[in-house]
Write a protein that binds this ligand. Sequence first.
Ligand SMILES: NC(=O)c1ccc[n+]([C@@H]2O[C@H](COP(=O)([O-])OP(=O)(O)OC[C@H]3O[C@@H](n4cnc5c(N)ncnc54)[C@H](O)[C@@H]3O)[C@@H](O)[C@H]2O)c1
Length: 274
Amino acid sequence: MTKTGIAAFDLTGKRAVVTGAAGLLGREHAAALAQIGAEVILTDIGETALQAAQTELAPFYGNRIRVAVMDVTSEASILHLADQVGPVDVLVNNAAIDPKVTAEGGGLELSRLEHFPLEEWNRQISVGLSGAFLCARIFGSSMAARGGGVILNIASDLAVIAPDQRLYRKLDLPAHEQPVKPVTYSVIKTALLGLTRYLAAYWAEQGVRANAISPGGVFNDHPAEFVERLAALIPMRRMAELSEYRAAVQFLCSPASSYMTGQNLVIDGGRSII
Ligand SMILES: NC(=O)c1ccc[n+]([C@@H]2O[C@H](COP(=O)([O-])OP(=O)(O)OC[C@H]3O[C@@H](n4cnc5c(N)ncnc54)[C@H](O)[C@@H]3O)[C@@H](O)[C@H]2O)c1
């Protein structure tokens, strides 16, 4: 019988893989899935950070939390993990390089479009976009072959709006030395929405659903001045708390969203509506 209502938020007996899971939000996504019964494999390139994540989550979720090194830029690494863990029902494409906006001043500001290095463009795209494609291809193909599964791509509010570069302005620097949010972030996050729609349509008849979330910025001890500037752009006048994406991840990765595919859930305190 089909589960309805709150009972549909149940992943007992299901296996999930989260990429970039040793980071700030990845751990949270892993906890969200474990909380509703899934066995979760946290994957990342950082072994020490992965161990720390396991130490943090295992007291709550016991042996439903597993960790494994997996580099999303390496097809061999993904295939190796896929081989080791067995059937995967849920994939969360979360890994990304978040280009920090910092400026030393007094030189070429490499974050700016005029100087942004091609190598950096390629490096970030290989993690945030090609990595998501490779994981979707490898895990999604076997989901389709087995009759179903779920892919969740972690985009950003910057998938639906352009960065407001005033957020990063440094008072003491001339215009051409001002640091900016690099072009890569917008391109990668927007492209993930295209990937989401493509996968959703491609595998709909095989029972594989693909959706995205577009989170706004999570407060993580940012400088007060930055928080103030950002809050002024957000109707709810604050950044997100870490736990505020948990329910969305549970909804989109479980049968609670069984008739939803190819969509992007924007959770940004209203930033993108004004
Ligand atoms: N933190 C936010 O405010 C925010 C807002 C919107 C969207 N996001 C998105 O959420 C996701 C997680 O963000 P976060 O803040 O937790 O970032 P984070 O930097 O804390 O975590 C990213 C993780 O990805 C891992 N990673 C990097 N390269 C990898 C590779 N080649 N293979 C596997 N893993 C790799 C890193 O080791 C790191 O643990 C990202 O996609 C980010 O763009 C974050």
